[in-house]
Design a protein around this ligand. Sequence first.
Ligand code: 5GP
Length: 116
Amino acid sequence: MSTIFKKIIDREIPADIVYETDDVLAFKDIAPRAPVHILIIPKKEIATVNDVADEDAPVMGQLFVAAKHIAQAQGIAESGYRLIMNVGDHGGQEVYHVHLHLIGGHPVGPMTVKKK
Ligand code: 5GP
């Protein structure tokens, strides 16, 4: 099933696009958790990492190539950043179109919160 990200790919709804190739799109998160918070997505609709096929390996790799370029363009390559991909319910995934969060611009804190 298509998500809001497909509408962004198709330019049906606006987004602040920062990077684009034939296969990858990146845009600013609508609710940023840090000074830099960018979502990097494959244009192919893949719901979660559980749905990644063998033939998707190149585009999944391109998400990281995009992250490198975007981090450099945003001036945070040297200071560092975090890449997060949430998967499913327990992973906190809200939009079921695979996406890599690129988060930085300040120290991003602990990787996860220990729950009782
Ligand atoms: P998830 O929880 O699925 O890993 O992350 C989904 C992210 O998409 C959230 O950080 C949320 O703020 C962002 N988001 C949801 N809807 C939109 C939208 O319409 N535009 C943009 N730019 N970001 C969105």
